[in-house]
Design a protein around this ligand. Structure first.
Ligand code: C2E
Ligand code: MG
Ligand code: MG
Ligand code: MG
Length: 297
């Protein structure tokens, strides 16, 4: 963490830079500790049918909590794990735990045919992935058609030579492919043409602006969402909206014809025990809306 001072040739330490170096080092150390001590957990967030409120699936989200520092920010953990190459080992743990969780959930009434959405980084598209996934599904007696693989444009941009073949194998095998954070990266639209995509996940930034206090911003985000929906559906893709935090956003998305959605309004990502407890208590999340909510609008 040293920076060359161009004026007098002295090496000076910049506090902000030192903080960044320390933060990175701490997270790297936590990842190594997490792998050694099996501290990686998988939380699940329900994805619901926006029309009925019923659960259609769950997104698996990695969680790493440090014994003293508590929960670490997942996006940073993933970023650093990708840079250091540790993502492969984390991904392996996440895959195993997530599928074990789906098995447990499948025992619950009304949850038998829900899907599991797994986030995968570019480096995880190894030749052996389909076989490893198949072995896990066989072990837990779970149909491959219940698996959704969420990728971002980074996966497609990385141009990993194995990726096309791996994606084709996963599709043949019955898994669906979801394009995550849609609408935020570069040339999103062209990917719908070049790859076999089954589900488009509209980025949460669009959901957020849908409830903006500026009417013009609200109107524009409705138009963008409508456009994404039309294109996606015409290409045969289902559409999922992310980051639904209030009823206004939910109702707007429903009016815009979006099939599914997820967000704090329905449920935050929960530990498996927390989720099972919630599903046993809150029947509306499991069994859909009450008739008054369904009719309201
Ligand atoms: P993502 O796949 O787009 O996941 C959605 C993120 O939105 C999650 O953040 C989730 O907790 C958060 N979220 C859900 N509902 C709401 C809401 O109503 N409002 C807001 N503001 N946020 C909401 P999280 O869990 O921190 O994960 C961040 C990112 O890290 C994920 O974005 C994904 O790209 C990556 N990630 C998480 N788990 C894994 C994993 O196991 N493997 C890989 N490769 N990446 C993962
Ligand atoms: Mg995702
Ligand atoms: Mg996303
Ligand atoms: Mg994201």
């Amino acid at each position: 963490g040293r920076k060359h001072d161009g004026k007098n040739g002295l090496l000076v330490y910049h506090p902000a830079l030192m903080d960044a170096v320390r933060e990175r080092h701490d997270i790297e150390a936590s990842i190594e500790l997490g792998l050694r001590e099996d501290l990686f957990e998988v939380y699940l967030q329900p994805i619901v049918d926006l029309g009925t409120g019923r659960i259609a699936g769950f997104e698996a989200l990695m969680r790493l909590s440090h014994p003293e520092q508590g929960m670490l920010p997942s996006s940073r953990v993933i970023e650093i794990a990708e840079e250091t190459g540790l993502i492969g080992r984390i991904g392996e743990r996440v895959l195993e735990k997530a599928i074990g969780h789906l098995k447990r959930l499948s025992a619950l009434d009304g949850i038998e045919s829900t899907y599991l959405a797994l986030n995968l980084s570019p480096l995880q598209f190894e030749e052996s992935l389909p076989t490893r996934l198949a072995a896990l599904l066989l072990k837990h007696e779970i149909a491959s058609t219940r698996i959704v693989i969420e990728i971002t444009e980074a996966v497609l941009l990385a141009d990993n030579p194995d990726m096309h073949m791996v994606m084709a194998h996963l599709s043949e095998f019955g898994c669906r492919i979801a394009l995550d954070d849609f609408g935020t990266g570069y040339s999103s639209l062209s990917y719908l043409n070049r790859f076999q995509v089954d589900i488009v996940k509209i980025d949460q930034s669009f959901t957020r602006t849908l409830a903006s206090d500026q009417p013009d911003v609200r109107r524009k985000s409705r138009m963008l969402i409508k456009g994404i929906r039309t294109i996606s559906q015409q290409m045969g893709c289902a559409v999922v909206a992310e980051g639904i935090e209030n009823k206004e956003q939910w109702l707007s998305l429903r009016r815009l014809g979006i099939d599914h959605g997820q967000g704090y309004l329905f449920s935050a990502p929960l530990s498996i025990d927390g989720l099972i407890e919630m599903l046993e208590e809150k029947s509306e999340v499991k069994h859909g809306l009450t008739s008054s909510e369904r009719l309201e609008e």
